[in-house]
Design a protein around this ligand. Structure first.
Ligand SMILES: [Zn+2]
Length: 58
């Protein structure tokens, strides 16, 4: 299963980030890295769960 994540859809309308991943672990890793741009150094599991849930699965 692959994931298609847009920051805009997750509640950051001014962020144009588009992240794709082939697995959930990969998506979590990329999200954690991207969140540094939102001044989140160490995202907690609750936030990551929320973002993973808002990603589109294909
Ligand atoms: Zn973003």
């Amino acid at each position: 299963m692959s994931y298609d994540f847009r920051c805009r859809d997750a509640g950051a309308p001014s962020c144009g980030a588009h992240i794709t991943a082939e697995s959930e672990p990969e998506l979590r890793e990329k999200l954690a890295e991207h969140l540094r741009k939102h001044d989140v150094e160490t995202p907690n599991e609750t936030l990551l769960d929320h973002l993973v849930a808002s990603a589109e699965q294909r």
